[in-house]
Write a protein of this length. Structure first.
Length: 291
């Protein structure tokens, strides 16, 4: 058709519309493909987290993982080392999205291999730091806490790399944070880690959290905070891991109201009952040899 008459202009408009629809359909198909791949990646990430808790006598366990995006950067794990030794890990990769999920999966694979090889805490954290430092941009890092429970001796060995301190809940005492300042993995080519030791008593509960819990904001922008958390833990009358987990999540949800989560939220709780007939009285936390 001639381009200057009315039918010619209509034909040109139709051609342009057809091209736009074709481009739109291509974009929609690509978006659906990406969403499908992200959904698969999110499913894989959840399958990387442990489906069962510790398989040791006298130990009960509960955990919750809630990513703020389809793919989160939080991580937790449980390792049944032998009939009397248990290890747990919890970590948080900076940022959100696919890149953080990839780092999380990489660290999950590495720490599982290192634990199975029997690596001590010093070697474990040194090699993980090298891995994160080499594999991520300099602004990316990962916090990680790793604890070994010796049920025969009734002891805890806790090593930290910048993660929130876990809380020790003991009957008749205020919640006590196992404090151990340290740098996260990946911020330097070499970091120093420290290990703290404490006694483990019958009825003790250990609560691990990611910072998405204490940093959860209300509709007015106020953080949930450590004071609120510690008061909640101190008032917990039902000390089962499920009850403590649910109380924390319920309090955070009530505090946040309709405000969406800004960061991943992870809670892991372990309780130790009747794992040993008698343990010595609770000592003060003593720092192990710094490395």
């Amino acid at each position: 058709m001639k381009p200057h008459n009315q039918l010619g202009e209509m034909a040109q408009s139709f051609d342009r519309m057809t091209e736009s629809i074709a481009t739109l359909l291509t974009n929609v198909a690509e978006k659906e493909r990406l969403q499908s791949e992200i959904a698969i990646a999110a499913s894989i990430q959840r399958n990387l987290l442990p489906k069962e808790g510790p398989q040791l006598r006298g130990v009960s366990f509960s955990a919750h993982f809630e990513p703020t995006a389809s793919i989160g950067g939080d991580y937790y794990d449980v390792f049944n080392l032998d009939k009397s030794h248990l290890a747990v890990a919890i970590g948080d990769v900076s940022g959100h999205g696919l890149s953080t999920g990839l780092v999380m999966a990489m660290v999950k694979a590495a720490i599982t291999t290192l634990v199975e090889e029997g690596a001590d805490e010093v070697s474990l954290f040194q090699r993980l730091n090298e891995l994160v430092y080499r594999s991520t941009e300099r602004r990316a890092f990962m916090t990680l806490a790793f604890t070994i429970f010796d049920l025969d001796r009734g002891t805890i060995r806790h090593t930290n790399a910048g993660h929130l301190y876990p809380y020790l809940l003991r009957n008749g005492e205020r919640p006590r944070a196992i404090e151990l300042p340290s740098l996260p993995l990946g911020v330097r080519a070499e970091i120093q880690t420290r290990t703290v030791e404490a006694d483990l008593e019958e009825g003790d509960t250990i609560v691990y959290l990611s910072d998405g819990i204490v940093e959860a904001q209300s509709e007015q922008g106020d953080p949930f905070g450590f004071d609120h958390l510690e008061e909640l833990l101190a008032q917990s009358t039902d000390t089962s891991p499920n009850a403590i987990r649910d109380a924390i999540l319920s309090a955070v949800a009530q505090h946040s109201g309709s405000r969406p989560a800004d960061d991943d939220r992870t809670v892991m709780v372990l309780r130790f009952d009747q794992f040993r007939s008698a343990l010595s009285a609770a000592p003060e936390l003593t720092e192990a040899t710094a490395v």
